[in-house]
Design a protein around this ligand. Structure first.
Ligand code: SF4
Ligand code: SF4
Length: 426
């Protein structure tokens, strides 16, 4: 059976026996690829630079899971703020859903870390060392010459270095750049288990970007699998204008000359002319490539373009349907609530609980006492001197320790005895 007839039966990067078929994508270029490259460099710069950016001496981003402390754009979130973080995550998921319903899988091609690292870092290095698709195919399927050994070993050596650098950058997002700098100054033997974990994660990254590649998007990614339920005929995505393009062929009346250039440039190896497929990450490489062909054949550009199925069928674009409006309304409400909760949350959060297992004591000096645990979280960037007082009754608090100076972004835990004078019945 030809590829044209089997594309719906099995992934394009798999042969009839179920074995992997390597995708040799052509080097993309064009208006959309340039835009994507610029955005990717901005995002990569943020990824590498964020752990080093500090606001008033504090990190811009820190996801300290071990201490349950998260700093996002300077705002500190503790475990007590899980509600706000859950709200943020919910808003983010809804945003992604709304965005996908309206603009298809734009996230995948333009902002997903997997695509950015694969297409804008690893693939570019591969193009640089091994050349474009035909050269790479020849090299892979040719004998082990000295040229092949040098090219392959230098490529994989660079890939390993980048995988280790990626892992360490991720690590900085979780432990902070200062802690990371301190760790790398210490001998490996003092952090052996951490070092082994770091090397295992680097190995996984290296394997993904060197061998597994686009299969993350086509076979593993859950978001990719959700496209079938999120997209409808009004969703904007990379689409082939079959009304204009068909019947295809060099001598046919349609604008598609069946040159297969859009297929050769696709990083997931699909033919967009077969319609929307889960493998399409909306990278726009085929738009650029087809526009070049349209220029040569002196036809208007946009045979492959961002459009909806309905737009192509009816010759107009539809983006703002009832479903999009409903999603947007929910999103606005959710974000407003999130901002309100964020702005109105207390700078200092205190939890006082009676020490478990202890009952009140009647003392010889005519007082009643009990022991309490106190936990105070300082969510500000300042050191705060605090004291606790009894306002409603006459009594006394005996704190374990003398002062309650709580460092910035720190948690204070202690115990205190609460004493009340017993009322004497007359
Ligand atoms: S690049 Fe354009 S003209 Fe060539 S096969 Fe693809 S859609 Fe047809
Ligand atoms: S079909 Fe086009 S937009 Fe989709 S993944 Fe392939 S090249 Fe990218």
């Amino acid at each position: 059976m030809s590829e044209e007839l089997t594309f719906r039966d099995r992934p394009i990067n798999m042969n009839e026996k179920g074995a992997r078929k390597w995708v040799y994508a052509k080097k993309p270029s064009g208006k959309w690829y340039t835009r994507r490259t610029i955005l990717s460099w901005i995002l990569l710069l943020f990824f590498v630079g964020a752990p080093f950016i500090r606001i008033n001496g504090h990190p811009l981003i820190l996801l300290d899971i071990a201490n349950r402390k998260f700093i996002i754009f300077g705002a500190i979130f503790w475990a007590q703020d899980t509600f706000i973080l859950a709200l943020l995550m919910l808003s983010f998921v809804l945003f992604v859903v709304l965005f996908t319903v309206t603009f298809g899988r734009l996230w995948c091609g333009w902002a997903c870390p997997q695509t950015i690292f694969l297409e804008m870092v690893f693939r570019k290095i591969e193009f640089l060392i091994e050349g474009d698709y035909k050269k790479r195919y020849k090299l892979d399927n040719g004998p082990w010459t000295s040229e092949k050994i040098i090219k392959k070993s230098s490529k994989h050596a660079i890939f390993i270095v980048i995988a280790v650098a990626m892992t360490n950058t991720f690590l900085m997002w979780f432990i902070g750049s200062e802690k990371w700098l301190q760790l790398i100054r210490e001998p490996i033997s003092s952090n052996l288990s951490g070092f082994i974990v770091m090397m295992i994660i680097s190995g996984i990254f290296y394997w993904i970007y060197s061998f597994f590649r686009e299969q993350i998007c086509t076979m593993v990614c859950l978001y990719g699998r959700m496209q079938g339920v999120l997209l409808d005929s009004k969703s904007i995505m990379v689409s082939y204008d079959y009304v204009r393009g068909e019947p295809r062929g060099a001598k046919s009346t349609g604008d598609c000359i069946d040159c297969h250039q859009c297929v050769s440039v696709c990083p997931t190896g699909i033919d967009i002319r077969n319609g929307t497929q889960l493998e399409c990450i909306n990278c726009t490489a085929c738009i650029d490539q087809c526009n070049k062909i349209m220029k040569i054949t002196e036809k208007p550009p946009g045979l492959i373009r961002f459009d909806s199925e309905e737009g192509i069928k009816n010759g107009h674009k539809t983006t703002w349907n009832a479903r999009n409006k409903a999603y947007s309304a929910v999103l606005v409400i959710l974000f407003s609530f999130f901002i309100y909760t964020l702005l109105s949350r207390p700078a200092v959060e205190t939890t006082i609980l009676r020490t478990p297992g202890l009952l009140f004591q009647e003392n010889a000096d005519n007082t009643i006492s009990n022991l309490y645990n106190i936990k105070i979280v300082n969510k500000t960037h300042d050191k705060i001197p605090l004291e606790i007082r009894i306002l409603s009754h006459k009594g006394e608090i005996k704190m374990a320790g003398s002062t309650m100076d709580i460092k910035d972004q720190a948690m204070f835990e202690s115990t205190f005895i609460l004493l009340f004078r017993k009322r004497i019945k007359k």
